[in-house]
Design a protein around this ligand. Structure first.
Ligand SMILES: Cc1ncc(C[n+]2csc(CCOP(=O)(O)OP(=O)(O)O)c2C)c(N)n1
Length: 380
């Protein structure tokens, strides 16, 4: 029996795809390493960006395809119209369809439920692939996109992977942030070997919390914070990747409390704009803890660009963050958080971490309950 993952690769090859632009979803974490091995890949930081890259590649003679989570389509609608549809630029999109089949994350459901109707209303071609036997339709999706010079979305149900889902990745392939010795030309600030995981950092943080507001990044970080230190003043994000600092910033403008944001490297890369705006407004009661494990930890630990060149602390400095620091050890974290209590001025601590997730469970509160509880506790 051929695994569904291998069938996808075969179909992409048969259709002469020569560039795969990807952004991870947990449900396709076994497919992504195969794609990486079989194709010239472009790892995206934001799905919308992939439309531009793929359009350029096609203009120059390539045959690209995108492999993303369906959530990303929400951020792509504008460009799908104003670029692909308006200018007749083809793009086949393989979208891991969330909020549709056995969805464990409630915040995925509203968009997932409406997505087929949204695509229909937009006149964007889509094909639902909800059974493994229908995977062959992916070929039609690619051909339709290229024959008609238009976008065509394959909404691929997580059910497809149920029969296979083996791991094609070696554990020793987990990404680790590269050491950057002092004195190297770039980046300017050295980065040493990480000593703790995200969970260890969050556990340490849990012991230090008092009356601060904490806004936690989506995925495993929120689950880990819930597990070690649930409190009404924690605002757990369950979706809207990239907005955690924006939410923290909005809160900080209307409270005298200190606001702490648990950011992620993948999240910052998806929406660096947040730090740019925050740097301009200089909130004095905001601290961002950038939990940088150099990967998309929540979706299978695919490496992010902080693994090699992109430097979050340097970026924060260039956005105008007054107090920045880089730490590797749990003890340092404690000192820095205490400093934050005393410091006036915008702060970002770049917490350099090892990859890896704790065995966390889903937060047993609905997104609406989290919001209601948080708002009530902030009003007290
Ligand atoms: C628009 C969009 N694309 C992709 C995803 C899937 N996704 C959920 S969490 C996550 C990784 C977040 O990585 P990071 O911010 O580095 O946090 P980590 O899990 O590593 O702590 C991704 C890619 C999503 N939720 N939304």
């Amino acid at each position: 029996m051929i695994h569904a993952e291998h069938l996808v690769i075969r179909i992409m090859k048969q259709n002469k795809i020569d560039l795969a632009a990807t952004l991870p979803c947990d449900r396709i974490k076994n497919l992504l390493p195969l794609i990486q091995n079989a194709f010239n890949t472009m790892e995206l930081t934001r799905e919308e960006d992939g439309l531009g890259i793929c359009a350029g590649a096609w203009l120059a003679g390539a045959r690209p395809m995108m492999i993303i989570q369906s959530t990303g389509l929400g951020n792509m609608i504008g460009a799908l119209f104003s670029l692909n549809i308006a200018s007749a630029v083809p793009i086949p999109i393989f979208a891991s369809f969330r909020g549709f089949y056995r969805e464990g994350i409630e915040s995925q459901i509203p968009f997932g439920q409406h997505l087929p109707a949204i695509l229909e209303a937009c006149g964007i071609q889509y094909t639902l692939i909800d059974e493994a036997e229908k995977l062959g339709l992916l070929s039609d999706v690619i051909q339709d996109a290229y024959n008609h010079c238009r976008p065509h979305v394959a909404l691929v149900s997580p059910k497809i992977w149920e029969a296979s889902s083996p791991s094609f990745r070696q554990e020793n392939q987990l990404p680790v942030i590269q050491s950057r010795p002092a004195g190297s030309n770039w980046p300017l600030i050295p980065i040493g070997r990480p000593e703790m995981t995200r969970y260890e950092a969050i556990k340490q943080l849990g012991t230090l919390l008092d009356n601060q507001v904490v806004v936690a990044n989506l995925g495993v970080p929120s689950k880990e914070l819930f597990a070690v230190s649930d409190r009404p003043l924690n605002y757990y994000m369950l979706g809207s990747m990239g907005l955690v600092s924006s939410i923290g910033f909005g809160i900080s403008r209307f409270t005298d409390r200190k606001v702490m944001v648990l950011e992620g490297d993948g999240s910052i890369l998806m929406n660096p704009n947040a730090l740019i705006t925050i740097g301009h407004y200089q909130p004095r009661n905001l601290m961002i803890l950038a939990l940088d494990n150099a990967c998309y930890g929540s979706t299978g630990s695919q490496k992010t660009y902080t693994c090699e060149r992109m430097d979050i602390e340097c970026f924060a400095k260039s956005c105008g963050f007054e107090n920045t620091a880089r730490i590797h050890e749990a003890l340092e974290l404690k000192d820095r958080v205490h400093d934050f209590e005393k410091l006036e001025g915008l702060s970002l601590i770049h917490v350099v971490l090892k990859p890896g997730n704790s065995s966390s469970f889903n937060i047993p509160l609905s997104p609406k309950e989290i919001t209601k509880r948080f708002k009530a506790s902030l009003e007290k």
